[in-house]
Design a protein around this ligand. Structure first.
Ligand SMILES: Cc1cc2nc3c(=O)[nH]c(=O)nc-3n(C[C@H](O)[C@H](O)[C@H](O)COP(=O)(O)OP(=O)(O)OC[C@H]3O[C@@H](n4cnc5c(N)ncnc54)[C@H](O)[C@@H]3O)c2cc1C
Length: 364
């Protein structure tokens, strides 16, 4: 087969470690593990597998061939972002949400692919923790990396250290860095909200408040092992931003607006909106990790946060919104949520849309 050269621009030299995790190559054994969840297909060169703006309906692993990923400009022209080669896979967090696909993927040569439907991918991720680790980490990094190419400038994940200087009031503070909080922060930052993510697994296993994700050893937590976090931080400074250091939210004040959250080092941050994604306490009781909220939000008998109609008692209630306007809850800490990693990611992504609506409404 005549193999095209891979575009060097697609592999930013300054991000080799992040790039390798965002675009990993599955081993033959891992591909064999994935095979029962999908179907092998052969496609001619030029076949469009995913269309920008459409629903991202399938996940493809390249068995033999090349798949090019293209991004559309505002004027409709497309430019090449990268080329997937044998063992690499397409896909993004959008596979778990109802958001339109951000890119186009097209076979660049006659190719043999393993095609998994959304349902097939979900089954694979729930049954195969090692593959889940690789795929979810890649999706998360692809979304976070996406913001670097966006023209927002200010769309960033900030460190608590950066708060209190310029842009004192955040658009959004996300509390808890499990799958729900990570997805929320990744979407919010990539969509231009001035976002801070506080605490949780993103901050590395040496961090207070950090923990391995139960059932998914290393999933997403591995995103930010110490070394990766440091590299990400040094990269992000080049964009005038910071990746958050290790912090735990210890108190919340809902009596003033912008809302105030205190961190374990005594710092106070101010935010126009909040997403609480602090999961459940680890003792197996099923209780929400909400003691730090000190009763400011309505919860059920297990301390999980009531949202939507259950919180507001109104048909007009915003999804994911707690009894406090502009304070949202997603993932395991939300009363009535499906306690699954993929459901948590979908909630984190979906809640950001509602945050946009809240911020737009409160700005007028
Ligand atoms: C034993 C076990 C096995 C499981 N197996 C599976 C499985 O096989 N498949 C599956 O889909 N799901 C499984 N789950 C469920 C899955 O782990 C959860 O549904 C999912 O992790 C919820 O994601 P989350 O982001 O809402 O919360 P979490 O993953 O709990 O993340 C919350 C984060 O917030 C941080 N945090 C807490 N308090 C604070 C604070 N005050 N300030 C800052 N940060 C804070 C925590 O440190 C944590 O990192 C399992 C759960 C358990 C307990």
């Amino acid at each position: 087969m005549n193999r095209p050269p891979v575009d060097a621009a697609c592999h930013p030299p300054e991000l080799p470690a992040l790039h390798a995790q965002a675009f990993p190559m599955l081993s033959p054994d891992q591909i064999r593990q994935a095979a029962p969840y999908g179907e092998e297909v052969r496609v001619p060169a030029g076949t469009v597998l995913l269309q920008s703006g459409g629903e991202e309906a399938a996940f493809y692993i390249v068995l033999d061939g090349y798949v090019e990923v293209l991004e559309s400009e505002a004027d409709g022209t497309q430019h090449s972002l990268l080329m997937h080669r044998d063992g690499e896979f397409t896909g993004s967090l959008d596979l778990f949400t109802d958001r339109p696909n951000a890119v186009t993927a097209r076979a660049d040569s006659d190719s043999r692919l393993l095609c998994l439907s959304r349902a097939g991918l979900a089954q694979l991720l729930l049954a195969e923790p090692v593959l889940a680790d690789i795929v979810l980490r890649a999706f998360m990094l692809r979304r976070i990396g996406y913001l670097r190419r966006r023209p927002y400038g200010g769309a960033i994940l900030r460190s608590a250290a950066g708060v209190g200087q310029a842009d004192r009031v955040l658009d959004l503070a996300v509390i808890g860095g499990g799958p729900a909080g990570l997805a929320a922060a990744a979407y919010a930052a990539s969509e231009g909200l001035h976002t801070l993510l506080i605490g949780g697994s993103l901050c590395g296993t040496d961090a207070p408040g950090a923990q391995a994700l139960p059932g998914f050893p290393g999933t997403i937590t591995g995103l930010c092992d110490g070394g990766l976090l440091r590299r990400a931080e040094s990269q992000s400074r080049r964009f005038g931003s910071h990746v958050m250091p290790v912090r735990v939210a210890t108190a919340f004040d809902s009596t003033s607006y912008p809302y105030r959250v205190w961190l374990d080092d005594g710092q106070m941050i101010e935010a126009r909106s909040l997403i609480v994604a602090t999961g459940l306490v680890e003792d197996g009781s099923g209780e929400g990790n909400t003691a730090w909220l000190d009763g400011c939000l309505d919860t059920d008998e297990l301390g999980c946060i009531l949202t939507g109609r259950a919180a507001a008692g109104s048909m007009q209630a915003r999804a994911y919104e707690s009894s406090q306007p502009g304070v949202f809850a997603v993932g395991a800490v939300r009363a009535g949520s499906v306690k699954h990693v993929l459901a948590s990611i979908a909630e984190g992504a979906a809640a950001v849309r509602v945050v946009h609506r809240f911020l737009d409404a409160s700005a007028h």
